[in-house]
Design a binder for this molecule. Sequence first.
Ligand code: CMX
Length: 133
Amino acid sequence: KISRIEHLGIAVPSIEEALPYFENVLGLKCYAVEEVADQKVKTAFLKCGEVKLELLEPTSPDSTIQKWLDKGNHGVHHVAFCIEDGVSNALAECESKGLRLIDKAPRKGAENLNIAFLHPKSTCGILTELCEQ
Ligand code: CMX
């Protein structure tokens, strides 16, 4: 069961260059910067009410985010939903409903959350992340 949007993942070539817009223009506050080594990204988190924005900067040319940017994409990369009754249960339900899972089981993401991704080809073109505290 989805309780809320946990965060929006936003791909940027450089967190340093993007932050002045988010902080000085939008007035949001960056409260954490963290590298997620296995995803080859540096992340910066900002609070926007209950929802977070996660800026994603690639740390390697073969990073998923770098490949996405190289294809001419920019901006919102994924939507992450908070799942009340656990990511494992949600994955089983999504699979039974014919969705394509990127992660077959939950794994640790930024902020030490249990997370799993669903493939955008089965979620109306929106790369979808499921999260649990
Ligand atoms: N949103 C919507 N569609 C996307 C997408 C995105 N973010 N990324 C890729 N796609 C689409 C592509 O447009 C492409 O569609 P077409 O075949 O119609 O052109 C299709 O998915 C396949 O894309 P691809 O460029 O060939 O890329 P890959 O298959 O190599 O990877 C994906 C796509 C979604 C499987 C991969 O990005 C993935 O595993 N993502 C989950 C992990 C992740 O995003 N990590 C970074 C964030 C980590 C964090 O938040 O901590």
